[in-house]
Design a protein around this ligand. Sequence first.
Ligand code: AKG
Ligand code: FE2
Length: 210
Amino acid sequence: MSHAHIHFSDSKYTTNFLEPAVANKAYKNLQQEIQYVPRQNLTFTIYGKTFPLPRDKAFYGDVDADGSYPLYRYGGKDYPPVQQWTPTLQKLRDLIHEKTGHFCNHVVVNKYVNGNDHIGLHKDKTRDFVNDAAVCTLSFGGTRILRLKHDQTGVNKDFDLEHNSLFILGSETNANYKHSIVKTSQDCDIRVSLTFRNIATRADRQGKVL
Ligand SMILES: O=C(O)CCC(=O)C(=O)O
Ligand SMILES: [Fe+2]
């Protein structure tokens, strides 16, 4: 299996990250295992108008025996609780650690059901991150464009995030660029992305910051 590696700033894009059979099996398993938060429950507000989030999300990670969990405050104010890893998510977390050295204790799963689903330009909020930790994004399903836009120059850099690819977003890149998954009017398959992070903040089982 041949990999393409593209380096950009302190980020890295790798195609064919897993053995194809492993990736395909994982994607199939995830379709059974992941319980998404309904997008109607994850609204966002602009200019006083409230909209459902244009994608589905789910939150998993290292939940301790006492019910405490890594808390990633990505914006907004209410955060759904983090569920214990499913077997497939935990295996993928372990594979990323083994193959890249990046340890992660938390994942946000994003499901883009069609080309209208997207995520607007943003930076990942890093206040809860373990120092300078990267974000490791594993993509499954339809190819979608990840666009990085430089804060000062406004110059865009696009990556086609293919099925079974890994994009490692470095902390410098996140500091200097915004990123988005752009809308498309072209036909595209459902895409599921797993955004793995290493989170220092913990919440108790009621969601209170510890
Ligand atoms: O789906 C992706 O690849 C990116 C998602 C993202 O940027 C985020 O959840 O912060
Ligand atoms: Fe992001």
